[in-house]
Design a protein around this ligand. Structure first.
Ligand code: SF4
Length: 364
């Protein structure tokens, strides 16, 4: 019986590599096999997929790793996602907001270091009105017309997204978190709706953003089936970017005592996503680097091609704690970039300063 299951899983891996669209049930078998086969067999399965993922990544992007300068503009948030360290109800989060001048100064430093994408990320903080964000975006684009601006500021109306797009924002990251509605409801309070999240992603795409979605691997209540739902969703939605990192618990949240996601499963899913979307931009996340000292290098070898070093002022870095023990909270931006460049060189890759648009967009 075990042999049949194993044979089936390896056959499905071959079909995935050959480009066949697997069903949800078939993805479920593959995901289960990675977890439940013998250590020897599951690592063989991971290797098979990561080799193909790396090959496809190299085919489309060579050995380049794009860097994005991450600016964490505020850790205030009106929402209460159960997994998030900066959720509204976390009593121990020391709150901060960057001023417009702080943000522009991060961009100035980042530009001098070679960054050509700035990612403004933050909680859903009403202080940052649509007008204020638009003003900041306009100013960044005026000062650095050769740079891309990415926003990652949560759920907003179609009108607000359109307004920011007109102001010059190029890309938007909004993790879908899970493509399974029942699972979504277990990760979020009742006022947050799965359909609203999906509607936001649809609007962003229609407005011409390069769109990123994504999910945490090993999140509470995640099952093989919900992960299979994620893979089917990603394949069909065809986002330009997919952020995949391990779940890491955050203190003083309802999930503080849950287990973190594993390195192996995160890399496995990353490789599958690269195979599904060979031209996507796939970050090798800071969360991967947090659960393993060489997590970001391993993420690139599993198919990732983007890293997002922190450009936020060092004084606020540790306060933007979406999860515990986040790395790189003490180093200056220049140190982070150099450290990353060295890490990538150690695996035969080069950090590059190009804007790094998704090839999916270029083909449109
Ligand atoms: S995940 Fe985002 S929206 Fe949810 S509480 Fe955290 S910062 Fe706010």
């Amino acid at each position: 019986m075990a042999d049949l299951f194993e044979q089936n899983a390896f056959a499905l891996a071959d079909e995935l590599i050959a480009g066949r669209a697997l069903s949800k049930e078939e993805f479920t078998v593959l995901i289960r096999a990675e977890r439940e086969l013998s250590e020897e067999k599951s690592s063989e399965l991971r290797k098979k997929l990561s080799e193909r993922a790396l090959e496809l990544k190299n085919m489309h992007y060579g050995n380049a790793v794009y860097i994005r300068g991450l600016i964490e503009i505020s850790n205030y948030c009106k929402n209460n996602c159960l997994y998030c360290g900066i959720r509204r109800s976390n009593p121990t989060t020391e709150r901060y907001r960057l001023s417009k001048d702080d943000i522009l100064s991060c961009c100035k430093d980042g530009y001098a270091l070679g960054f050509r994408t700035f990612v403004m990320q933050g909680g859903e903080d009403p202080y940052f009105t649509p007008e204020l964000i638009a003003r900041i975006v306009r100013e960044i684009k005026q000062n650095y017309p050769d740079c891309a601006v990415t926003l990652s500021l949560g759920e907003h109306t179609r009108e607000v997204y359109a307004f920011w797009r007109e102001a010059g924002a190029d890309r938007y990251l909004l993790r879908h978190e899970t493509a399974n509605e029942e699972h979504y409801n277990k990760l979020h309070p009742a006022e947050m709706k799965f359909k609203a999240r999906m509607e936001c992603l649809k609007n962003l795409r229609e407005l011409g953003y390069q769109v990123g979605c994504g999910m945490m691997i090993g999140a509470p209540f995640q099952t093989y089936e919900t992960l299979a739902d994620d893979l089917v969703f990603i394949r069909d939605f065809r986002p330009h970017m997919v952020g995949i990192g391990p779940f890491i618990p955050a203190h003083d949240t309802p999930f503080a005592n849950e287990k973190a996601g594993t390195l192996d499963q995160t890399l496995f899913i990353l490789s599958i996503v690269r195979i599904l979307l060979p031209e996507a931009l796939l970050p090798s996340t800071t969360a991967l680097g947090t659960i393993h000292p060489r997590g970001r290098e391993l993420g690139v070898l599993a198919g990732g091609n983007v890293c997002m070093p922190n450009l936020s002022p060092v004084a606020v870095r540790s306060k933007y704690a979406l999860y515990d023990n986040k790395i790189c909270t003490g180093d200056e931006a220049a140190q982070c970039k150099n450290c990353l460049a060295g890490r990538m060189r150690s695996i035969g890759h080069e950090v590059v300063t190009a804007r790094g648009d998704s090839k999916l967009t270029e083909q449109k």
